[in-house]
Design a protein around this ligand. Sequence first.
Ligand SMILES: NC(=O)c1ccc[n+]([C@@H]2O[C@H](COP(=O)([O-])OP(=O)(O)OC[C@H]3O[C@@H](n4cnc5c(N)ncnc54)[C@H](O)[C@@H]3O)[C@@H](O)[C@H]2O)c1
Length: 437
Amino acid sequence: MKNRHNIPRRRFIVRGTGGLLAATVFPNIIVAKKQKTHSVALTGTGWWGMNILMTAITAGNVKVVALCDVDQIQLDKAAAKVNELTGKKPRLYKDYREMLEKEKPDIAIVATPDHWHALPAIKALETGCHLYLEKPVGHTINEGKAIVAAQKRYGGVVQVGLHRHAAPHNIAGMEFLKSGKVGEIKMVRAIVHYNYHNRKPGPDREPPPGLDWDMWCGPAPGHNYNPAIHPKGFRNYLDFSNGMCADWGVHWMDQILWWSEEKHPKTVYSSGGIFEEHLPADAPDWQIATFEFENFTAEWEHRRIGGNGSEKHNIGVYFYGTKGTFHMGWLDGWTFYPSAKGAGEVHMDHTLHMPDHQNIPELWADFIKAIETGSKPIADIENSHYATNMSLLAIISYKLGRSVRWDGEKQTVIGDGEAVAMMSRKYRAPWKYPEIS
Ligand SMILES: NC(=O)c1ccc[n+]([C@@H]2O[C@H](COP(=O)([O-])OP(=O)(O)OC[C@H]3O[C@@H](n4cnc5c(N)ncnc54)[C@H](O)[C@@H]3O)[C@@H](O)[C@H]2O)c1
C-alpha cells in the first residue's frame, strides 16, 4: 500500500527471561537461571485449558500432576495429550475440591466456563496455590470482588488469561498510542463483528455417559443437557456467560483501561438484541454499549450478522485522536491512519502464536516470572477485574434497558437497587455465593 510503512519486527524480549534481559544489558554479568519445577493442576480440560497447559509444558519447568473435568471424555483426551507430551500420567479428578486438597499444586489453572470461575479460583488461593485464571474474571461483579479479596487474603500470584496484555504487538501499539503521535484521544470504539460457534440449538438430550451434567451446571440455574451448550457453546447462554461483550469484549475493555490508565466508567448504557430462532441460547446477537469515563467516551459494539466485508477492520479497538485514527487489531496487527494529507500509515503486524492466534506463551512466562521474582503479573487480578466489570455493567444495562451509574471507588451501582442486586446472583444449592472478606 502506498505511503504505508511497516515497522520492522522489533527484537522483543519475552518477559520472564530476566536472565536474557540482564545479560543483554550487562554482558559481563553472568545470571544464574532458576530451575524450579512448578507442580501444575488444571481444572477445565477443554479447548482453552489445553491451550494453556500445552504452553506451560512447552515452556518447561512444570510438572503436570493432575487434571480435573466433569466430562470423562474431555478428561481422557487431555490425559492422553499430557502423556504424549511428557511421558507421564497425571492423576485424574472430577471434583476440583478433592483435587486441590489432595494435590496441593504450586499452580492451579482454572479454565472452566465463566459460571464456574469464582469457586475453583477462590478454593485454589485458599489452598495456597498460585492461580492462572481464565477471563472474564467472574460471571457477576461480586464474584470478581471476592476473588480480588481472596488474593489479598491468601497472597498467591494471580494471572488472568488476558494474553493480549502480554502480546508484543499490543505492547508496541500501546507505546505508540501513549507517545502522543495520535494526538489527544477522546473517543474510543471497540468492536467484534464476527460470527463464531454454531448457535442453533437442536433438541435437548440425555447427557452423554461420563458427563456429570449436574456438576457442570454447578452454581448456575439447572438446564437440560444440550450439545449446543457443552463443550464451548456455554458462551451463547447468559446463565453461563455474559455473551460476546464479556467473552471477547473483555480483552478489548482491558486494552481501553490499559491505554487510558483509568479504572472505572462513570455510566454505562447498553442495548442490543437477539434473533428469536437462536433462543433459548439467549446471549445477544448484537449489542452496543456506551461508557462515559472521566476523560473520554468509549463504545462497545458486537454483531454476529452482516458478514465482515463492508468494513476494513472487524475486530479490535479504534482510538480516534486529533492527529489520526489508531486501530489496535488482532490478525491485522495495529495501524495508525494519520489525518494529515500525505502522511504515511504506520503499521505493525501481529505477533500471535498458533494454535488459535494467541499470546499465551508471553503471558505464561510473565506469570512464572511473577511467581519466581515477586514482580507484579501483567494481567493481575485487580485490573482484570476492572476490565471484566465494564462488560458485566454493560450486560446489566442491556438486561435492565436503562443506564447504570457506577461508583468505582465503592465498587457499586449508584441509586438502582435492581442493578445492585444483579451484581450477585442466587447460586443453586448446595453451592454458596462467595463471600467478600
Ligand atoms: N483467553 C482467551 O483468549 C480465551 C479463549 C477461549 C476461552 N477462554 C476462556 O476459557 C474458559 C473455557 O472456555 P473453553 O472455550 O475452553 O470451554 P470448553 O467448553 O471447551 O471447556 C471447558 C471445560 O470445563 C469443564 N468443566 C465445566 N465445569 C467444570 C467443573 N466444575 N470442574 C471441572 N471442569 C469443568 C467442561 O466439561 C469443559 O471440558 C472460559 O472462561 C473462556 O472464557 C479464554
